[in-house]
Design a protein around this ligand. Structure first.
Ligand code: PRX
Length: 657
C-alpha cells in the first residue's frame, strides 16, 4: 500500500539500522537524566517517586510482596482526586487550564483546575446524596466529554471505584461489565457526535439495562439535547442533580491499597476480566512516568488522542497528567472529521507541545499524505508518543519527519491495562532511539526476554521480573484467574504479559505483538473468544471461530468462520437446491456482522464471515485457530495431522477463497 505522496507505508517489522539521538536542545532541558538508568534499589526509587504525591499519612512499608500478590505503600493514606485537583489550588495553577475540550462540531470548553475542582466536589456530593458509598462500583459509560473526567474524579474523591466502559462498546458489553462488577449506579449521556453523526447513546444504555437488572440509578448527561426516554424510577438528569448541590465534599482519606478503579479488558476467554487498580501505587506510577516519559513542564499543552474509556485515557489524560498539574487537550470526535486537517488544526490552534497517539492513527495520517500536517504550523510540538501496538519503522520515520519536523524525540511506549502505566519506553533526551524499538525498561522496572523454560533468550516472550507500583492487584473477584493468567507461565514472581519480544545486542527491546488469542484492532484489544461468544448467541449460529486477519490500517481485523444451526443451514445456504449447500449468503453475512457490531461494538465487527460445514478440530475437540489463520492470511496450511477432521482445512480454504 502506498500513500498519495507515493511513499510506501508498510513493510515487515524490521530492526532497522538507524539510530536517532535526541536533539541537544531537548537534552539540556529534559526532566530525566542518565542517572535514572543507574538505579540500584527499585523499591527506594519508587518510594522517592511516591513522596512527590500528597499523602494524608505516610506509608510504613514500601512493598509487601507475597507472590504474586503485591501491596505498595502499605499503611499510607491518600486520595487520587486530591492529588489531581486540591493540591494545585494553593498556587498559580488554581486558574490554569486543566482541560481544554473541543467537541466534534467545534464547540469548546476550558476548565481551570478551580473549575474542575468545583464540579468534581459537586458531583461527589451528588453521588453521596444518591446513596453511593465507599466501595460501591460506579459504572461510567460516557463519550469524550469533560463529564467523564468529572465523574471519575468524583468517584475517586469518595472512594467509590469507577468502572469506565468505552462509549463505543455496545449494550452487550456494557451489561456484561455491570453484571460482573455488581454495579448499581450508571452514568451515561443522551448522545454524542462521531464523524458528523449523532449517536443515540442513551438508547444503547437502555438496551443494556434490559439485559441486567443490577442498575438502580442512572444519571444522564445532556450532551446533544436529544429527546430521550427517561425512566422515572431510575433516571436522573446530571444538570438537575448538580443544580441542587453545593461544592462541599472533601477528599476522603483512603488507604493506599483501596480500589481506585476496575478496567475490563479482553483476555483469552469470552468473558472480559476486571483488572483491579489501587490508589497509591497506581498514582505513583502514572505521575512519575508522565513526568519523565512525556517530559511534562509547567507551560506544556499535552494532547493524548486516546479515549478516556481505555487505560491510556485513564492514566495519561486523567490521573498522571492532572496530578502533574498540566494542561490536557481532550477532543470528542474522529481525528479526520470533517476532513484530514482536523488533527493538525487542533495541534496548531491550542499550540500542543506533546502529542501521544497510536500507530493506527499515524498509518492513516500517512496514507492521506504529508500535505495535511505540512500545511499547518506544528512548531509548538516538542515530543511525540506512540502506544497500543508495534510501530513499523517506516511509520515511525514518517511521524518523526512529517509531524515532528525531525526535531521531536519519539517515545514508543509499551504497556498494558494490567500494568497501569508505561513500562518500556525511551527516556526522552537521555537515550537514543531506533525506529520500531521501545528501547529499554523504565527506571524501577525490570524486564527481560525469556524462552519457554524461563531462560533469557534473544527472542521469546516479554517478562517483567519484579513487582512495580502500577501493577494490577488481581482480577476482580477472581484471584485464581489472576494467578493463572499472569503468574504461572514460569514462576509466581515473573509476570507474563503475553507479548512476544526480541532483545538486541544493545539491550534494546522489540515488541512483536500478542502471542495469545487476543487481537489488536486499531490499537484496541479484543478477544477472539469474545467475538465468538457473541456470534454463537445469534439464533442461526451453532459454532464460530474468529482469528485476526492483517489489515494495512487497523493492524488486525476480526475474521469469522461460522457453522450454522442445521435448520438455518438448510434454509439459508441451500440456495433453492436441496442437495448441494452453497456456503454463501450475503444477507446473513451482513446480519451477523451487524449483530456483533451492535452487541460488542463497532471495532469488533468482523471483516469477513465465512460459512463452513465444520471447523478444524483436534481430537480433543479444540478448534485449531492456527489453521484458520493460515487460510485467512492465504499462507500454506500448517500441519493438519493432529486434526480429527483433516479434510476440512482444504474445504474451508476453497470456500474462503
Ligand atoms: O500487545 C501489546 C500492545 O497492546 C497490548 C495491551 O493492550 P491494552 O491493555 O489495551 O493497552 C493498550 C495501551 C497501553 C500489549 O499487550 N502494545 C501496547 N503498547 C505497545 C504494544 N505493542 C507494541 N508496542 C507498543 N508500544
Amino acid at each position: 500500500m502506498s500513500s498519495e505522496d507515493g511513499e510506501e507505508v508498510f513493510d515487515v517489522l524490521s530492526e532497522g539500522e538507524e539510530v536517532f539521538a535526541p536533539p541537544e536542545s531537548f537534552k539540556e532541558q529534559a526532566n530525566a537524566g542518565a542517572e535514572l538508568y543507574e538505579i540500584e534499589n527499585y523499591q527506594e526509587y519508587w518510594a522517592k517517586e511516591a513522596e512527590k504525591l500528597d499523602w494524608f499519612e505516610k506509608w510504613d512499608q514500601t512493598l509487601r510482596w507475597e507472590p504474586p500478590f503485591a501491596q505498595w505503600f502499605v499503611g499510607g493514606k491518600i486520595n487520587a482526586s486530591y492529588n489531581c485537583l486540591d493540591r494545585h489550588l494553593d498556587s498559580f495553577r488554581k486558574n490554569k487550564a486543566a482541560l481544554i475540550w473541543e467537541g466534534e462540531p467545534g464547540d469548546e470548553r476550558v476548565l481551570t483546575y478551580n473549575d474542575l475542582h468545583r464540579k468534581v466536589c459537586k458531583f461527589a456530593t451528588v453521588l453521596k446524596n444518591q446513596g453511593v458509598q465507599k466501595g460501591d462500583i460506579v459504572t461510567i459509560y460516557l463519550p469524550m466529554i469533560p463529564e467523564a473526567v468529572i465523574a471519575m474524579l468524583a468517584c475517586a474523591r469518595i472512594g467509590a471505584p469507577h468502572s469506565v466502559v468505552f462509549a463505543g462498546f455496545g449494550p452487550g458489553s456494557l451489561a456484561q461489565r455491570i453484571e460482573n462488577a455488581d454495579s448499581s449506579f450508571l452514568i451515561t449521556a443522551d448522545g454524542y457526535y462521531r464523524r458528523g453523526r449523532l449517536i443515540h447513546h442513551k438508547n444503547k444504555s437502555d438496551q443494556a439495562l434490559e439485559q441486567t437488572d443490577k442498575v438502580e440509578q442512572c444519571v444522564v448527561v445532556e450532551r446533544c439535547g436529544l429527546d430521550v426516554t427517561m425512566n422515572r424510577d431510575r433516571d436522573y438528569w446530571w444538570k438537575d442533580l448538580m443544580s441542587e448541590v453545593k461544592c462541599e465534599t472533601p477528599a476522603v482519606k483512603l488507604d493506599s491499597e483501596d480500589l481506585l478503579f476496575l478496567m475490563y479488558t479482553s483476555g483469552t476467554t469470552g468473558k472480559p476480566k476486571g483488572v483491579v487498580h489501587t490508589i497509591g501505587g497506581y498514582m505513583t506510577h502514572v505521575t512519575s512516568t508522565s513526568k519523565y516519559v512525556f517530559d511534562l513542564k509547567e507551560d506544556d499543552t499535552y494532547w493524548c488522542s486516546a479515549d478516556v474509556g481505555w487505560i491510556t485515557g485513564h492514566s495519561y489524560i486523567v490521573y498522571g497528567i492532572l496530578s502533574n498539574g498540566a494542561t490536557a487537550v481532550m477532543y470528542e470526535g474522529a481525528p479526520d472529521y470533517p476532513d484530514n486537517n482536523r488533527t493538525w488544526e487542533i495541534i496548531e490552534k491550542y499550540g500542543v507541545n506533546i502529542f501521544y497517539t497510536a500507530p493506527t492513527a499515524i498509518r492513516s495520517f500517512m496514507k492521506h499524505g504529508k500535505k495535511y500536517p505540512q500545511s499547518h504550523n506544528l512548531n509548538s510540538l516538542r515530543l511525540l508518543g506512540s502506544v497500543g501496538e508495534p510501530i513499523n519503522p517506516k511509520v515511525w520515520k514518517w511521524y518523526h519527519k512529517n509531524v515532528g519536523n525531525e526535531n521531536c524525540p519519539i517515545v514508543d511506549t509499551w504497556w498494558q491495562t494490567e500494568t497501569g502505566g508505561i513500562m518500556l519506553s525511551p527516556l526522552p533526551g537521555v537515550i537514543k532511539t531506533r525506529p520500531g524499538s521501545v528501547t529499554r525498561p523504565l527506571p524501577g522496572i525490570s524486564a527481560e526476554v525469556l524462552d519457554e523454560e524461563g531462560e533469557p533468550a534473544d527472542s521469546g516472550y516479554l517478562a517483567i521480573t519484579k513487582p512495580w507500583p502500577g501493577m494490577l492487584r488481581t482480577v476482580y473477584q477472581n484471584d485464581e484467574r489472576y494467578k493463572k493468567t499472569y503468574w504461572s507461565k514460569w514462576d509466581d514472581e515473573t509476570y507474563f504479559p503475553a507479548d512476544g519480544a526480541k532483545i538486541d545486542e544493545d539491550g534494546y527491546f522489540w515488541i512483536l505483538g500478542r502471542i495469545d488469542d487476543v487481537i489488536n484492532v486499531s490499537g484496541h484489544r479484543l478477544s477472539t473468544m469474545e467475538i465468538e461468544s457473541s456470534l454463537v448467541s445469534h439464533s442461526d449460529v451453532a459454532e464460530a471461530a474468529v482469528v485476526g486477519g492483517s489489515d494495512d490500517l487497523k493492524g488486525q481485523v476480526p475474521v469469522a468462520y461460522v457453522m450454522l444451526q442445521e435448520e438455518a443451514e438448510n434454509d439459508k445456504l441451500n440456495n433453492g437446491e436441496d442437495e448441494e449447500l452453497d456456503f454463501f449468503n450475503a444477507d446473513l453475512e451482513e446480519e451477523l456482522k451487524d449483530y456483533v457490531a451492535e452487541d460488542i461494538g463497532a471495532i469488533a465487527r468482523p471483516r469477513d464471515v465465512t460459512f463452513v460445514p465444520d471447523l478444524p478440530k483436534t481430537r480433543s475437540g479444540k478448534i485449531m485457530r492456527r489453521l484458520l489463520q493460515d487460510i485467512t492470511e492465504e499462507e500454506e496450511l500448517s500441519d493438519t495431522t493432529t486434526l480429527k477432521n483433516p479434510e476440512i482445512a482444504e474445504k474451508i480454504q476453497d470456500i474462503y477463497c
